[in-house]
Write a protein that binds this ligand. Structure first.
Ligand SMILES: NC(=O)C1=CN([C@@H]2O[C@H](COP(=O)(O)OP(=O)(O)OC[C@H]3O[C@@H](n4cnc5c(N)ncnc54)[C@H](OP(=O)(O)O)[C@@H]3O)[C@@H](O)[C@H]2O)C=CC1
Ligand SMILES: CC(=O)C(=O)O
Ligand SMILES: [Mg+2]
Length: 586
């Protein structure tokens, strides 16, 4: 098949070359989605190849003229339909599927077939479709990844590629990458070690980077590092897609990860964001500590989750009153999410009250699988738990700890479902007018409790937000809307902020800036309805605000490299956001 140069043109577009200040941000094949600045892009597909190129395929929406010019005659049935009608038809079809996994597979197929239509559908129906590309369905998809696998998405880097990672990166068809989400599959949501099948997570997270944060899909790269799996069932499974060996650890593991991180910087430069996702905590904290001062790295489970929860607490304080420091926090789970959130809350308390971090930490308690984290256990505690080992008698279970500590805010992040029992919630409600309850564990099966349970056991008083989505609940004739405390509110806007400012390092103050921007998007009306997060349907606007705040902080800290600083970062961020609308081809 002959390939010709294909030029995309916006309606009324007149310029021939790619130009404008935003080009530096997006580089390569398209400068910006602000078509008034740069209406042209160049690609190389035509005819049959064009129909199979997901970035440019429009299916039946190709116009008569485009069909003539691009050798599409006969390759499509005669009807020409609009993108809006395509979207309507697809939504109708998706709604016919009964099982969430069928919807997931249909959506992934669409993403591989027609990228713009996939994103238009997702952006316009985010509330309805997010649960099928993200938690909870992505969890089931990862568990069954081997049997539902149809076409590879993202890059697989296994121990077999040791010493050749730079070459592997060069096999990826895009040269300009701005965001990488990488997992090694060892702690996929609360579902444990899913090995190579964890790829569903980077793919899903990056779909959100584009749909929720407006980062261009062509500049996103999902990566799975396969060092084996300790999941015996997967190792025995016929359809398992990964290396059939136990996980490599120690030096072998560290060397592979180091080669990866260095190859990324060498291939894509120092402004590419590496987001670590769903690593087990024994690696996650070390990787972040090792690379945070030399590379642009971000751990979503530790840092993104912290920012989203702090924002929810900020909004909850408008209902329960008092400052952060006047509250007492208890975490069920002392891993990445737990200690990450705890640390950011302590940092904010210390800034607000001009106290030391040590003093602030005293208001925060954590429980792990062995009970309350207390000083008596200091020697045997992992490093990241030590700052939280306060003086206290040992306490073995959550219900007893709640009664002893009397927290105002209870946060679940153990990955173990059903642990916020009736006894726990009733105890919380017995000394709090409005207990703040955050069952953060994902997916839905691992949630510490449902909103219905929290509202019923607290007699409708709980302020509730969970990691996975739940439907509104009718309680005593009132509709209560549970919030979704999920890092999806933060990372897409956070990443966009780094990209538009060309930031080279992540600083904790940027997490506070992101958190503040999210909390600022919660309206009085949301609060009146008991909602501590803004509706997810407004996520593009929310992400633009987060991006602007993060970028502003990066400029203030001298970590941004795109100079001069745009006058209006919000407008600039919005103008950089990916648009899923088809372009006219000439
Ligand atoms: N809503 C959101 O945005 C996010 C949600 N999460 C969810 O949070 C959960 C935990 O993730 P993460 O922190 O990364 O995982 P980690 O493995 O790092 O931490 C889990 C913690 O839970 C503790 N734990 C395990 N079992 C029990 C138990 N029976 N009783 C008390 N504590 C227990 C572990 O104890 P020990 O240390 O002793 O092993 C550990 O401290 C997952 O379900 C994940 O999906 C994570 C990130 C974001
Ligand atoms: C949401 C998320 O990052 C997690 O559950 O791991
Ligand atoms: Mg995660």
């Amino acid at each position: 098949m002959e390939t010709t140069i294909l030029k995309e043109m916006t309606k009324g577009g007149s310029k021939l070359s790619v130009g404008g200040g935003v080009e530096d941000v997006y580089g390569e094949d398209c400068a910006t989605e602000d078509q008034s600045i740069t209406p042209w892009t160049v690609s190389i597909a035509s005819g049959y190849t064009l129909l199979r190129d997901p970035h440019h395929n429009k299916g039946l929406a190709f116009t008569e003229k485009e069909r003539d010019i691009h050798y599409l005659r006969g390759l499509l049935p005669p009807a020409v339909i609009s993108q809006e009608l395509q979207e309507k038809k697809l939504l109708h079809t998706l709604r016919q599927y009964e099982r969430p996994l069928q919807k997931y597979m249909a959506l992934m197929d669409l993403q591989e077939r027609n990228e713009k239509l996939f994103y238009k559908l997702l952006i316009n129906n985010v509330e309805e479709l997010l649960p099928f590309v993200y938690t909870p369905t992505v969890g089931e998809a990862c568990q069954k990844f081997g049997s539902i696998f149809r076409h590879p998405q993202g890059l697989y880097i296994s121990l077999k590629e040791r010493g050749k990672i730079l070459e592997v990166l060069k096999n990826w068809p895009k040269r300009t990458i701005q965001v990488i989400v990488v997992t090694d599959g060892e702690r996929i949501l609360g579902l444990g070690d899913l090995g190579c099948q964890g790829m569903g997570i980077p793919v899903g997270k990056l779909a959100l980077y584009t749909a929720l944060g407006g980062v261009r899909p062509s500049s996103c790269l999902p990566v799975t590092i396969d060092v084996g799996t300790n999941n015996e069932e997967l190792l025995k499974e016929e359809c398992y897609i990964g290396l059939r060996q136990k996980r490599a650890t120690g030096q072998e593991y560290n060397e592979l990860l180091h080669e990866f991180v260095c190859a990324v910087k060498q291939n894509y430069g120092e402004k590419v964001l590496i987001q670590f996702e769903d690593f087990a905590n024994h690696n996650a904290f070390e990787l972040l500590a090792r690379y945070r001062s030399t590379h642009l790295v971000f751990n979503d489970d530790i840092q993104g989750t912290a920012a989203v929860v702090l924002a929810g607490i900020d909004a909850a304080l408008k209902i329960v009153r008092g400052s952060l420091y006047e509250h007492t926090f208890l975490f069920h789970g002392a891993g990445e999410a737990g200690t990450g959130i705890a640390e950011l809350i302590a940092l904010q308390m210390s800034k607000q009250n001009k106290i030391t971090l040590e003093e602030a930490r005293k208001k925060i308690w954590l429980i792990d699988s062995k009970g309350l984290v207390v000083s008596e256990r200091m020697e045997s505690l992992q490093q990241f738990k030590k700052p939280w080992a306060h003086e206290h008698e040992p306490v073995k279970n959550l219900a007893d700890a709640v009664k002893e500590i009397k927290p105002t805010v209870l946060i679940g992040c153990s990955g173990i479902g059903k642990t916020f029992t009736k006894e726990v919630i009733e105890a919380m409600a017995s000394f709090n007018k409005n207990p703040v309850i955050f069952p953060l564990s994902n997916p839905t099966s691992q949630s510490e409790c449902t909103p219905e349970e929290a509202y019923t056991w607290s007699k409708g008083c709980a302020i509730f937000a969970s990691g996975s989505p739940f439907d509104p609940v009718e309680y005593n004739g009132k509709t209560l809307v549970p919030g979704q405390a999920n890092n999806a509110y933060i990372f897409p806007g956070f990443g966009l902020g780094l990209v538009i400012s060309g930031t080279i390092r992540v600083h904790d103050d940027m997490l506070l800036a992101a958190s503040e921007a999210l909390a600022g998007q919660v309206t009085e009306e949301d609060i009146r309805k008991g909602m501590i997060y803004p509706p997810i349907s407004k996520i593009r606007k929310i992400s633009a605000h987060i991006a602007a705040n993060v970028a502003a902080k990066a400029y203030e800290l001298g970590l941004a490299t795109h100079l001069p600083q745009p006058e209006n970062l919000l407008k600039f961020g919005e103008s950089c956001m990916y648009s899923p609308l088809y372009r006219n081809y000439r």
